[in-house]
Design a protein around this ligand. Sequence first.
Ligand SMILES: Nc1ncnc2c1ncn2[C@@H]1O[C@H](COP(=O)(O)OP(=O)(O)OP(=O)(O)O)[C@@H](O)[C@H]1O
Ligand SMILES: [Mg+2]
Length: 255
Amino acid sequence: MTAPYLQASAIEVAFGGLRALQDCSFTITQGRITCLVGPNGAGKTTIFNAITGFLKPDSGSVAFKGRALDGLKPQDIVALGIARTFQNLRLFQDLTALDNVLVGLPDMAGEEPIGAIFRPFHAARALAGRRREAAAILEHVGLAHRANEFVRNLSYGEQKLLTIARVLATGAELILLDEPASGLSAGALDAVMVLLRRLQTEGKTLLVVEHNTRVVQKIADDVLFLHQGHLMAQGTPEQIISDPALAEIYFGGAI
Ligand SMILES: Nc1ncnc2c1ncn2[C@@H]1O[C@H](COP(=O)(O)OP(=O)(O)OP(=O)(O)O)[C@@H](O)[C@H]1O
Ligand SMILES: [Mg+2]
């Protein structure tokens, strides 16, 4: 039997007395869009942190394509093909949109500065190539016209698209998006949904934290429902949204 694409097994995370994740086990299927839903404080971002190496679970493990990620650093996990966005964006406000993508491209970081001195022509050509690559990624998310704009001048919706561009720059195949649609206008929301579907058709696997049930219904193949650190349910969007007990938890019975 082949290993699950991503498998989380019995993850436990506590912050002092607060049990943020309790016995959390789930799998993510390759090529699908999985939405992670649940009320504020349920532990959704903590799951992202546990998968991507930003925190070490107290117990339990995460495996990607059969390989344990335990103890790996965030950059090692990116190199294996898993990248994430942050709920609070974490963009470089004083760089342009293009430069924010450029710094996400894999070989930028390890470049030897001495090489640029001895082989300046080669270095300049390599940089030009990477700038073209970054520009193509911006084009892909619909931000080509904003490439040379400073991030601080971009709208919130544009900044959210830019966080997705930066994740794409890593070349990751499994992409974790923490609330990519929150705070967006209706038009920007539609653009994000179209983009996520397109990424799926291009072969990406997505795990998306999302609060908006309309978005979940439109984009999710699978839904994980988290409440107070427990994985309460998993199923199709229809199964989750039509479950009165889950609706009570999520909306206080409002739907
Ligand atoms: N570094 C931390 N130190 C202490 N407590 C934390 C830390 N990170 C998260 N928590 C707590 O753990 C719980 C789960 O937080 P988490 O951010 O994962 O929730 P969430 O489901 O992403 O919520 P939201 O929908 O508001 O983003 C919350 O009670 C939160 O206050
Ligand atoms: Mg969160």
